[in-house]
Design a protein around this ligand. Structure first.
Ligand code: AMP
Length: 214
C-alpha cells in the first residue's frame, strides 16, 4: 500500500517522509534522491539527466517509470511513502495501474515560505537527511548529525533555479492533485506551520485512513 506526499519544492515532503519512516516504519521512495545518486555515480542515466535536474526541469516520464518499477519491485509488499513521485499526470495514471494508492497528502505551503526554506537548505549526500542553516542547523557545521558525512547545497537550490522549479510545479504537477481529488484520495495539510505540527496532522490523517503499516 502506498501513501504519496505531494507539494511544491520546499514544502517539506522529504522531512515528513523521514518522519513516517521513523515513526511508522514506512519504506521511503524519493525519486529526487535516486536521481541525484545516479548523477553522483556517473551512471549512463546519471549523465543523461544531470543537466536537466541541475536546471530544475523534470526528467522524462520514461526514465521515472523505470526508476519506480525497480523501486516498487524492491519494496514489494511493504508500506511505502512516495516523495517526489508522481509529478506529471502520465506518472499518476501509470502508478494507479501498478499499485493501490491509499491516499495523497498535499503539504500546501505558500510561495515566500517555500523560497525561504529552499534557500537555507543543506542535504546529506549519503543518507539524504535534510537540514536548514537557520531552522535546523546540524550540530557540527557542514557535517550530518546522522551519518557524519559532508553536507551539501543542492545545485538546483539556487534562487534562479527555484523559480523554474516552482513554475514547473504549478504547470506540470499541481494538476495531478485534481486527478487524486476526483478519485477521492486527496487530503490537504497546512504546510506553512512547524515541522512538528505538520507531522502531527499527517499522523492524525493516517489514523483516519485506518492506515496500518506492514
Ligand atoms: P526532488 O528532490 O524531489 O526535489 O527532485 C529533484 C529533481 O529530480 C527534480 O527537480 C527533477 O529534476 C527530478 N525529479 C524527481 N522526481 C521526478 C519526477 N517524478 N518526475 C520528473 N523529474 C523528477
Amino acid at each position: 500500500m502506498i501513501i504519496i506526499l505531494m507539494g511544491a519544492p520546499g514544502a517539506g515532503k522529504g522531512t515528513q517522509a523521514d518522519f513516517l519512516v521513523r515513526s511508522k516504519g514506512f519504506k521511503k521512495i524519493a525519486t529526487g534522491d535516486i536521481l541525484r545518486r545516479q548523477i553522483e555515480l556517473g551512471s549512463a542515466i546519471g549523465k543523461q539527466i544531470e543537466d536537466i535536474v541541475n536546471k530544475g526541469h523534470l526528467v522524462s516520464d520514461d526514465i521515472l517509470l523505470e526508476v519506480l518499477r525497480v523501486s516498487l519491485r524492491e519494496e514489494a509488499g511493504k508500506s511505502i511513502v512516495l516523495d517526489g513521485f508522481p509529478r506529471t499526470l502520465g506518472q499518476a495514471q501509470w502508478l494507479s495501474k501498478q499499485s493501490d494508492v491509499a491516499g495523497v497528502i498535499h503539504i500546501d505551503a505558500e510561495g515566500e515560505e517555500l523560497v525561504r526554506r529552499i534557500e537555507g537548505r543543506l542535504i546529506c549526500g549519503t543518507c539524504h537527511a535534510v537540514y536548514h542553516l537557520r531552522e535546523k542547523p546540524p550540530r557540527k557545521e557542514g557535517i550530518c548529525d546522522r551519518c557524519a558525512s559532508q553536507l551539501i547545497v543542492r545545485k538546483d537550490d539556487s534562487r534562479n533555479k527555484i523559480s523554474v522549479r516552482l513554475d514547473t510545479y504549478e504547470n506540470e504537477t499541481a494538476p495531478v492533485l485534481n486527478f487524486y481529488k476526483e478519485l477521492g484520495k486527496y487530503f490537504r495539510v497546512d504546510g506553512n506551520r512547524s515541522t512538528e505540527q505538520v507531522s502531527r496532522e499527517i499522523e492524525a490523517l493516517l489514523g483516519q485512513l485506518n492506515f496500518v503499516t506492514v
